[in-house]
Design a protein around this ligand. Sequence first.
Ligand code: DLL
Length: 436
Amino acid sequence: MEHRIWNPRWECASRDEKNDVQLARLKRIVEYCYERVPFYKKKFDEMGLRPEHIKTLKDVRLLPFTTADDLKDNYPFGMFAVPKKEIVRIHGSSGTTGKPKIVGYTKNDLDNWTECLARVITAAGVTSDDTTQISFGYGLFTGGFGLHYGMERVGAMVVPLSSGNTDRQIMLMQDFQSTVLVATPSYALYLAEAIEKKGVDKDSIKLRLALFGGEGHTEEMRAKIEKSLGILATENYGLSEIGGPGFSGECFLKKGLHIAEDHFLPEIIDPDTLKPLETGEKGELVVTTLTKEGFPMLRYRTRDITWLVDEPCGCGRTSMRMAKVQGRTDDMMVIRGVNVFPSQIESVIMSVKEVEPFYEIIVTTENYLDRIEVRTEFSDASLLDDYNKLEKLQGKIRHKLKSVLNIDAKVTLVTPGTLPRFEGKGKRVIDKRTHK
Ligand code: DLL
């Protein structure tokens, strides 16, 4: 198979070359923000900081952070750097409650965004021979439109199905002989299950690749979906605040997500002390956009936990990579003093062969203590008639959670098909605690 690099000029540039362009762009964007965004001007003035203080790349550390609250406070258009007239597209965060975080794109922003996606898409192995089914929601969510335009730029045939209506998705996937699926891993899992349940002839499905994004998933979960759909799945990452997907994506080697360093400057910080961490150290990803005109961001705190890898990849790209996101700082649950990420529970569940890859985590307070319940579906329906076996399996999972994560969880096994399935991003943690 041919493995193309969309833009070798930038994706294979030397570290020096990249640092030079990053520094020039950093200086320019800092000045631009200072002049055009009152929020930044005020912050700089309060700190006694002037754009000319930025002399090296490390000086990015002098800049103030930007947080989700800053976006909220300036809702909807307060942080735009150009008049509304120059904005040609709006997108926003996918949260379902409260006001969305709104971001705007100029014509150039859309062009750069599409370029970044063309890189991610090509790195995943998509070519102009592919037919791609886009099962991300189209709308304020950046996933649908972002991947859509990127696919078109690469020359793939786009089937813009959006999410939901699973039977129809399967029918059209067969009729159009789709070769690529773009979806959240949760939706891909749902689709895979539906294909299985309907008894669809596997030979009538021509999928070979999937591009997952919009949420994390464990390697174990990825392996299950890959096996069930008979595909290779790569993942890509981004967030609305920095423009959506296109920030980073895996190549077919799946050894970290390649970052578009000519458009973004990544940093890792300690989320508690806010101190910068070195390449390879795990912490919170912070991103400065280097080329955005409509909605530039200086040191945006993503809340996503990862680390950076600065070594050339076997695919030929030299880009800085980020490790698969380990979780969000705000997803971490402290259960009776033990830090637990939902992804760790997912790993344990995925390693138990007698259960389905569906689960739910319910956290409550009982007598002032945190209590965690993990619900998952047993695979073998005949277990319903055998209480002893069911109890034994429950005990086995409970023991595994205890030995791997050191948490004492209640494990509830439920009938196959009863836990929620998701058409977009999954929501598997229900935290009912009064004090978190
Ligand atoms: O989810 C952008 C996107 C769409 C990325 C499609 C990739 C593909 P938001 O709705 O603003 O934007 O949500 C951003 O989703 O901070 C992460 O916590 C999470 N996220 C996105 N991609 C990944 C990933 C889009 N590959 C938030 N792994 C981010 C883990 C991810 N988490």
